[in-house]
Design a protein around this ligand. Structure first.
Ligand SMILES: *Cc1c(COP(=O)(O)O)cnc(C)c1O
Length: 458
C-alpha cells in the first residue's frame, strides 16, 4: 500500500522533540521563536509569527485588518474550506470567484467581484504553484479601485487599499518571479498541518510583509499579544524571577504555538531546502516525465520563468473526463494499493456553503477542474520504484475505462506506417511487454526500441 501523505519523521526530529520535552519548557518559548526567525529568513522578510494553525492565522489577520460584519473578502471557489470559513468567523462575507486553468484565482474575476465593501483578497497558491501576484496588485492599486475602498480601521487607513493575503498552506518554498512566497503578498499564511510540506502536527506561520508606513516589528508585537489572550507577557517571560506582573490589554485569541510542536517543524525545516523540497521535485518530475507522454493526461502547471512550485500536490487531470469516470479511475488506483485524493471539492458543492446560497453553476472552471482531478502521492520518502507503481496504477486504471478502439486502430495503424508518420504519431499508450508476448498490428503494438513497445492510437 502506498500511502497518500505520511509525515516525514526521522531520528533528528525525534531528538529535537525529546530535547524540548526534557528542557522543562513545553509551550511557546525559545523553540517557537527560533522557528519564527528561520521562517522569516527563508521568506526574506523581517518577521513571522507562529500560531496554532493556518486557519487561526487567517482569522487573526482578517481581524487585525479590522474586517467585520458587512465587509466582503474575495476568495477562490477552488480551495480548502478554511479560506472562506476564516472570513465568516470574523463576520464578513466570502465572495467566491472562479479560477483559471492553473487552479489559481482568476484576476479578471477578482476585478468583477470588487465592491465598496471589499476589504481583502485571499489568493491560494494551489498545490504550491504561485498565483499571479503582479496581476492581483495591479488590480488593487488601480486608481478607480482604490477610490472605491472605504477604510474603517487604522490598519485600513494606513494601507489605503484592499489587503492582499496569500493562503500559502501549500506553498512554503515556492517562488514567484524570483521572490520566495511569504514576500509576495501583504500577509502570507503558511500551514504546518500534518499533511503539509513541513509540519508541526498542527500549526501555522504568518509572514508579515506590509509596505510602509507599517512597522513590521510593531505589527508582530501586537499580533503576538493578540494571539495570547491579549496578555502583555507570555508564560515563558513570566517564569523569569520577579517577572510575575502582567496586564491584559486586548480581548485576544488563544492561538499560540507550543515549543514541543515548533520543535517538530524546526527539525524538518533544517532539511527542507536541501533535501525534502528536492525530493518532492524528484517525484513531481518523475510523474511529469511519464504522464506528458499520454494525450489523456493533463500535467499540473510548473513552468514559468522565475517561478517554482513547492510541489505540495501532484494534481493530475484526465482530459475530457467527468466525475463518474474519475471516481472509477480512483477505484482502480485504490484497487492497485495506491492511495490518492481529490483536491478540492469546490466550496459551493459543500453543504455549509450551499446552504449559504453559493451555487456550483456559477463556477464552471472550478467544477471542470474538480471533475477530472486526481491528486497523486507526493512526498520525500517515495522511492522511484514506488513512483513507478503509482504511474502504472493510474495508467492501467485509465486504460480499463478507456479501452482503445480496436477497430479504428487496426485500420489506421498500417496506413500510418505506410505513410511513415509513425514517429510523429501520438504515442498515447506505452508499456513494456515480455519478449514472449506476441503482438500484432491488429492489437496495435509496434516495436520501437529493444524490449519496449508502444501502442499506437490514432
Ligand atoms: C490545509 C489548508 C488550510 C488549513 O490549514 P490549517 O493549518 O489546518 O488550519 C488552509 N488552506 C488550504 C488551501 C489548505 O490546504
Amino acid at each position: 500500500m502506498i500511502r497518500f501523505s505520511p509525515p516525514y519523521i526521522d531520528d533528528d526530529i525525534i531528538k529535537e522533540v525529546t530535547s524540548i520535552l526534557q528542557s522543562g519548557w513545553l509551550t511557546t518559548g525559545p523553540a517557537t521563536k527560533e522557528l519564527e526567525m528561520e521562517m522569516a529568513l527563508f521568506c526574506n522578510i523581517d518577521h513571522t509569527l507562529a500560531v496554532n494553525s493556518a486557519t487561526s492565522g487567517m482569522i487573526l489577520m482578517l481581524h487585525w485588518y479590522g474586517i467585520k460584519e458587512g465587509d466582503e473578502v474575495i476568495v477562490p471557489a477552488y480551495t480548502y474550506c478554511a479560506t472562506a470559513l476564516a472570513v465568516m468567523h470574523v463576520g464578513a462575507r466570502p465572495v467566491m470567484v472562479d479560477v483559471g486553468s492553473d487552479f489559481n484565482i482568476d484576476c479578471e474575476k477578482i476585478k468583477e467581484a470588487i465592491t465598496e465593501r471589499t476589504k481583502a483578497i485571499i489568493a491560494v497558491d494551489f498545490a504550491g504553484w504561485p498565483c499571479d501576484y503582479d496581476g492581483i496588485y495591479s488590480i488593487v492599486n488601480e486608481e478607480d479601485i482604490k477610490k472605491k475602498f472605504r477604510p474603517a480601521s487604522d490598519a485600513q487607513h494606513q494601507l489605503g487599499r484592499i489587503m492582499v493575503m496569500d493562503d500559502a498552506a501549500h506553498a512554503l518554498g515556492a517562488t514567484y518571479k524570483n521572490k520566495p512566497i511569504g514576500s509576495c503578498a501583504d500577509i502570507t499564511v503558511f500551514s504546518l498541518h500534518a499533511v503539509k510540506n513541513i509540519t508541526s502536527a498542527e500549526g501555522g506561520v504568518i509572514a508579515i510583509n506590509l509596505p510602509a508606513p507599517f512597522n513590521s516589528e510593531e505589527v508582530y508585537n501586537t499580533l503576538r499579544i493578540w494571539s495570547l489572550n491579549g496578555q502583555t507577557k507570555d508564560a515563558f517571560t513570566k517564569t523569569k524571577a520577579g517577572a510575575w506582573q502582567y496586564d491584559v490589554i486586548y480581548p485576544g485569541f488563544k492561538m499560540n504555538m507550543p515549543d514541543v510542536l515548533a520543535a517538530v517543524a524546526l527539525a524538518q525545516f533544517k532539511k527542507y531546502e536541501n533535501l525534502l523540497l528536492i525530493e518532492r521535485k524528484r517525484v513531481f518530475d518523475f510523474y511529469n516525465n511519464i504522464f506528458s507522454k499520454y494525450d489523456w493526461a493533463i500535467c499540473p502547471p510548473y513552468q514559468q520563468s522565475g517561478c517554482a512550485s513547492s510541489y505540495h500536490l501532484y494534481p493530475l487531470r484526465i482530459k475530457n473526463g467527468n466525475e463518474e469516470e474519475r471516481n472509477k479511475i480512483i477505484e482502480g488506483i485504490s484497487g492497485r494499493s495506491v492511495a490518492v485524493n481529490v483536491h478540492f471539492t469546490p466550496l459551493p458543492m459543500l453543504t455549509v456553503f450551499k446552504q449559504a446560497g453559493y451555487k456550483i453553476e456559477d463556477y464552471p472552471a472550478s467544477y471542470n477542474l474538480y471533475n477530472n482531478e486526481i491528486s497523486l502521492p507526493i512526498y520525500p520518502q517515495l522511492t522511484n520504484d514506488q513512483c513507478k507503481t503509482v504511474t502504472e496504477a493510474v495508467i492501467e486504471s485509465v486504460k480499463e475505462l478507456r479501452p482503445v478502439k480496436t477497430l479504428l486502430r487496426s485500420i489506421l495503424f498500417p496506413v500510418m506506417i505506410m505513410m511513415g508518420g509513425l514517429e510523429n504519431a501520438t504515442m498515447s499508450d506505452e508499456r513494456e511487454i515480455d519478449d514472449e508476448e506476441t503482438y500484432s498490428y491488429a492489437e496495435g503494438f509496434v516495436k520501437r526500441k529493444a524490449g519496449r513497445y508502444y501502442r499506437f492510437t490514432a
